[in-house]
Design a protein around this ligand. Structure first.
Ligand code: PHE
Length: 463
């Protein structure tokens, strides 16, 4: 059954949906940590430069391929060039790997939100709380399922009534929450047991003031690599998402402007998340607290910080996890949409059917991810040296292995086979001004592919 292709009602809907996808756990639990690790301001400047060059070129390419072909990722690349069918398959496999474990983490966020909402948030400050929860048999599965069902319902409702409508409500609330919590964090002050007083403003300094102490060539290269990897993930590139969302943009809308706005939102929220996390953690846990990121930061260190705040900590914890849930929901629905859109275009099935099929597949895989902490618990060592469980293997396979390949192949397709003019012609077809056209050409042909090869080499542990 062929149905009329959905579309966003206009640029604002598209920008909010795409920004919703881009703003996710990466912004909240990794960006602040990297910024603190690499001497604050210096990292911010490098990240910004990469965002307006490297990130901009990749994001522009994907969104434009989507609008040009009006196809989901699975079939879009082969429409540009027949030999690139494999790329479509890869770009559809990536979100299929990410969705299940993202929903497992989404389930953890639901659990913590409920804990803070029912006044039991401080129990989460117990060092064994998180481990106890994820190794339980039933509860993590239920939480994952709740999260998955919410996004499945939104996706069934369609592009305008589901994705766009929910993003238009969620994103403004998310912006207000991040700004509110960031302002609160900066005003914090705490004297610890040894009599040392630390303030939020001192924490903010760590984030924004460049610290060149101990910077060497090799530490700068490490910074550059981490900034690139972070940016690439943060913009939801190489996951099929921006192609799917791009395919719903109307022909008359200005893509150049939209891409800029998406980048501003993503980078802005990453920075604000830094203003929120770094001062808070620094005030209550000092420099050593700042060494945490990811799961350890969000589900262990922060609940302890909220407890140290006293009574108000429960409210702040609740607002914080509500904000994280919003960020995770809009990212998760974009990743489900990338797959649903692909299935609909390839197999000509209805949105409902495509969503049901993928939701079943993802739930089964997510159950297995949860088993990784119980009956199938095992410590795996990954090629980059880190140790993890099933969730980490899937994360590694998608982010470190497949995504750089997808992005690199996209650069080759656009830069060398189809030629960049295909993209620049599409993006300027209504007479739009594309100021960074020259930069775009150089980036997509030469610079981005080289950077991607370097990212890939680092991911697989070559250096
Ligand atoms: N850009 C997202 C983030 O920063 C990455 C992502 C998007 C992950 C969609 C999964 C699904 O977290």
């Amino acid at each position: 059954m062929e149905q009329k292709r959905h579309s966003f009602s206009g640029s604002i809907g598209f920008v909010l949906a795409a920004a919703g996808s881009a703003v996710g756990l990466g912004n909240i639990w990794r960006f602040p940590y990297l910024a603190a690790k690499y001497g604050g301001g210096l990292f911010l400047v490098v990240y910004l430069i990469l965002a307006v060059t490297f990130g901009f070129a990749l994001l522009t390419s994907e969104v434009t391929i989507g609008r040009m072909t009006k196809q989901g990722p699975l079939t879009a690349y082969s429409k540009v060039n027949k030999k690139f069918k494999f790329l479509g398959i890869l770009a559809c496999v990536v979100p299929m790997i990410i969705l299940p474990y993202y929903c497992v983490i989404g389930g953890w966020v639901v659990k913590y939100l409920v804990a803070f909402a029912t006044g039991k948030g401080f129990e989460a400050a117990d060092p064994d709380y998180f481990g106890g929860f994820i190794t339980a048999n039933i509860e993590p599965q239920v939480m994952m399922f709740i999260f998955m069902i919410i996004i499945a319902i939104i996706i069934v409702m369609g592009v305008q009534k589901g994705i766009e409508a929910s993003s238009k409500i969620i994103m403004p609330i998310l912006f207000v929450l991040v700004i509110g919590i960031a302002v609160y964090s900066i005003t914090l002050k705490f004297t610890d047991a040894s009599g040392i007083t630390r303030t939020g403003l001192q924490g903010l300094k760590i984030l924004v003031v460049p610290n060149f102490e101990g910077v060497t060539l090799s530490s700068f290269i490490a910074l550059l690599l981490d900034a690139m990897g972070q940016l690439f993930y943060s913009l939801s590139i190489a996951m099929g998402i921006m192609i799917a969302y791009g395919s719903y943009v109307r022909d008359e809308d200005n893509l150049v402007k939209s891409v800029n706005q998406i980048e501003i939102c993503d980078t802005g929220v990453a920075f604000l998340a830094g203003c929120m996390i770094i001062p808070t953690v620094y005030v209550f846990q000092g420099e050593e607290g700042l060494a945490k990121s990811g799961v350890g930061l969000m589900f262990k260190a922060l609940p302890q910080v909220f407890q140290s705040m006293g009574k108000i900590g429960n409210v702040i914890g609740f607002l914080f996890f509500a904000m994280v849930l919003f960020a995770a929901l809009t990212s998760a629905m974009s990743i489900l949409e990338a797959i649903v859109c692909s299935f609909m275009d390839q197999f000509k099935i209805s949105r409902l059917k495509a969503t049901v099929i993928e939701t079943i597949i993802a739930v089964v895989m997510a159950v297995v991810v949860n088993f990784g902490y119980t009956i199938w618990y095992f410590d795996y060592t990954l090629p980059n040296g880190s140790v993890g469980q099933i969730l980490d293997i899937m994360d590694y396979l998608s982010n470190n292995f497949l995504m750089p390949i997808v992005a690199l192949a996209t650069c080759i397709l656009v830069g060398w086979i189809a030629k960049p003019e295909v993209i620049t012609n599409e993006i300027t077809k209504n007479g739009e001004k594309f100021g960074r056209k020259g930069l775009y050409n150089v980036m997509i042909k030469f610079v981005a592919p080289i950077l991607l090869v370097v990212i890939f080499a680092k991911s697989v542990g070559l250096f």
